[in-house]
Design a protein around this ligand. Structure first.
Ligand code: MF3
Ligand code: CO
Length: 251
């Protein structure tokens, strides 16, 4: 399957999908505080998504049992919400959420501080977020995919962290995962040429220590192998004739 180019009609729907998800994330961010469980986050998030008459696209995806991926500290992504997992002051928590609006998917992730966190943890969150913004400066028609990938990679390395290699970003549209794959590390090839109308989920996952990860026995939760903290930042973007449009940020 080739990389899809969205029509103006589809782009309008992707924009609306992204705008709702931006609102969901803003509300989720305000909701995070010490003492709540990761299941509380999922329950709140699912209700919120449904309140916009949208569908949580992660729920039952390949058997994933929740609507929001809630990953704490050394958990990189795909943490499964649980009522026994209570957020405490000093934790960092990555929330990955997505939804379907009139058949069009959006996907975004943020890492939040729980109460007061260490300077080191805050720096990890900041570098991860900034690596996304550095990367998408290259997300322009005529550039190649690897221009985004290598920019994220070198920004993260420059700050002494490492990029997860086992999981990647992706095209998005009428499916959550479309072509192409969007790695956050330098590829050995240029990758596809970017064209207006492509929609991509760009999602750096950054570890404080080494890049290696492992899967927990629940089959989902990805954690850092060395137990160091990990942060995640993701938006759905649109390639245009000029600057990329970030669909999952408040407008
Ligand atoms: N945001 C994730 C991704 O880009 C989706 C979570 S996978 C799920 O792949 F199974 F948990 F939904
Ligand atoms: Co994604």
């Amino acid at each position: 399957m080739a990389v899809s180019i969205k029509s103006e009609r589809e782009i309008a729907l992707m924009r609306e999908s992204g705008k709702i998800l931006a609102e969901v994330h803003a509300r989720l961010g305000e909701y995070i505080q010490p003492g709540i469980s990761t299941l509380d986050v999922d329950t709140f998030g699912e209700r919120l998504i449904r309140s916009y008459h949208c569908i949580p696209n992660f729920l039952h995806y390949n058997g994933y049992p929740a609507s929001i991926c809630v990953s704490v500290n050394d958990e990189v992504v795909h943490g499964i919400p649980h009522r026994g997992r209570i957020l405490k002051e000093g934790d960092i928590v990555s929330l990955d959420a997505g939804l379907i609006y009139k058949g069009y998917h959006s996907d975004a992730a943020r890492t939040h501080a729980v109460g007061k966190i260490s300077k080191e943890a805050q720096r990890l969150i900041d570098v991860t977020r900034k690596s996304f913004f550095q990367g998408i400066k290259m997300a322009r028609a005529g550039n190649h995919l690897n221009d985004i990938c290598k920019t994220i990679d070198s920004y993260v390395r420059f700050h002494g962290y490492s990029v997860v290699r086992d999981l990647v970003g992706h095209g998005i549209g009428t499916s959550l995962h479309e072509e192409p794959e969007v790695p956050n590390f330098t590829m050995r090839r240029r990758g596809i040429r970017l064209r207006p109308g492509m929609t991509l989920a760009v999602e750096p996952m950054v570890n404080m220590g080494g890049w290696k990860v492992k899967w927990l026995d629940d089959g989902w939760t990805v954690v850092t192998k060395d137990g160091t903290l990990s942060a995640h930042y993701e938006n759905t973007i649109l390639i245009t004739g000029g600057e990329p449009e970030i669909l999952t940020l408040p407008v």
